[in-house]
Ligand binder design. Structure first.
Ligand code: SF4
Ligand code: SF4
Length: 286
């Protein structure tokens, strides 16, 4: 009889989060352990549940006993007996500083949750004065499907990873420049239609700040008609091919205003192709 290889069982370790001890599987991140312990309010921006943590934004820092520095909870793995504090004065100060740095150079006005965090951590983005350098620049509109507003970009690299080897394998965009001039760019700063972009929109799906946005959403926000309280979300199956990706249609005033896909889907993980993501105009243009 052939031997059936059996994976070694995952060891459980004890981790204490804000005084509550939980058992979590070895290899779990501190962020996951915190959520398992009921602590759901650690802010994150560059973290994405479908991407490898990048440690770029530093808003998820927590204090770990015995560690000289604060640690990024999204990527740090738990260790047996670890004692984590998520809301100490040092942690709060760090989050305030990070949100001030980000908010003083970029426009985070449509980034979900940021306004609440700013209030919670008493963030003052004007602290660095009127002469601070910002990423202010015109919105890039070089195709009909989505706009790129890099004034809102925090350089979290999520779009680069989604377009590259982690999902799409198209490699249309990358980080160009150095230091404060670092920016997300298509090859040689070309416009998207001249790049390798296939308009899957998987970069839009992971962007945490609205720097990448459906043209429909961008234009509705600009004319003041975007109203999420009047929108419904309906899950359906993409009609274009036999793969059958799951779509979530965001509908306002009986029109589809954008399309997403659940990130926890075991096959597509929130990713779509151009047809599923953008091919909805025929539904309402008849
Ligand atoms: S739309 Fe798709 S191919 Fe184009 S930049 Fe975004 S992830 Fe890459
Ligand atoms: S465009 Fe969005 S996803 Fe890409 S680096 Fe900037 S903030 Fe991150």
């Amino acid at each position: 009889m052939n031997a059936v290889p059996v994976a070694a069982p995952t060891r459980l370790v004890d981790v204490t989060v804000d005084g509550t001890t939980v058992k979590v599987a070895e290899g779990t991140t501190v962020l996951q352990a915190c959520r398992g312990a009921g602590c759901d309010d650690i802010p994150t921006l560059c973290y994405g549940d479908t991407l490898t943590p990048k440690n770029a934004c530093r808003v998820c820092m927590v204090e770990v006993e015995g560690s000289r520095t604060l640690v990024p909870s999204c990527s740090r793995k738990v260790e047996a007996g670890m004692v984590v504090h998520t809301d100490t004065e040092r942690v709060q100060h760090s989050r305030k500083m990070v949100l001030e740095f980000l908010g003083s150079s970029t426009d985070l006005s449509v980034a979900p949750h940021v306004a609440d965090w700013n209030e919670q951590y008493a963030v003052d983005v004007d602290r660095y004065g009127p002469d601070r350098r910002t990423k202010a620049q015109p919105v890039k509109r070089d195709n009909e499907l989505y706009v790129r507003d890099y004034e809102k970009c925090i350089l979290c690299y999520k779009c680069v990873d989604a377009c590259g080897e982690q999902w799409q394998n198209t490699f249309a965009i990358a980080v160009a420049g150095r230091g404060f001039d670092s920016h997300i760019a298509a090859e040689y700063d070309a416009e998207l239609p001249d790049s390798a972009c296939v308009y899957c929109g998987n970069c839009i799906a992971v962007c945490p700040t609205g720097a990448l946005m459906f043209t429909s959403e961008h234009d509705m926000r600009a004319d003041g008609s975007w109203d999420e309280s009047r929108q419904t979300e309906t899950d359906t199956i993409c009609p274009y091919c036999g793969v059958g990706c799951q779509l979530t249609l965001h509908v306002q005033d009986n029109s589809i205003v954008k399309v997403t896909s659940p990130s926890d889907h075991s096959v597509t993980h929130g990713n779509l192709c151009i047809k599923g993501r953008f091919g909805f105009q025929h539904v309402q243009n008849h």
